[in-house]
Design a protein around this ligand. Structure first.
Ligand SMILES: [Ca+2]
Length: 149
């Protein structure tokens, strides 16, 4: 699917606070890709004026969230953003001054794929699957993506 900032491709308004929650099937994670990004910030690298925040929501722990980043023109997304679990929250907050065009992002769910050879190399390092199964799968996932570039 797609998420666009209000009024895109015209400039977004001031004083906005928009929240989108994306949920995909349990065996998948969410991937965001930005087709267009223009969120106003004058000079701060930490996005103090207008900002787009992306967080993972852990559906197994109520509303527990993990921040994946806060983005604006001085700190734009540098590539696809991927959730840690199957729920992702996108929050768009704007202040009362200057605005810009905003953003257009596409999202999709991607099924986890665990390679059996990777499983073997992990177990040989005394990794405990009993206690850390979800983190283990996550680790494999990120390694795969690092290799694939
Ligand atoms: Ca603004």
């Amino acid at each position: 699917g797609n998420i666009l900032s209000p009024s895109f491709p015209s400039n977004y308004g001031s004083g906005l606070s928009c929240i989108w929650i994306i949920t995909v099937s349990e065996s998948s994670y969410v991937q965001l890709k930005f087709n267009s990004f223009d969120v106003y910030e004058m000079d701060s690298p930490v996005c103090t004026r207008d900002r787009l925040e992306v967080s993972s929501i852990n559906p197994h722990e109520g509303t527990a969230t993990t921040s994946l980043g806060a983005y604006c023109n001085t700190n734009p997304p540098k590539g696809p953003i991927e959730s840690l679990w199957n729920m992702l929250r996108v929050t768009f907050i704007t202040d009362t001054t200057i605005s810009a065009q905003g953003f257009w992002l596409s999202y999709r769910g991607i099924q986890y794929q665990v390679d059996i050879q990777l499983n073997k190399s992990l177990t040989s390092e005394n990794f405990s699957f009993k206690d850390h199964i979800s983190f283990c799968i996550l680790d494999i996932h990120f390694r795969l993506f690092a290799w694939l570039g």
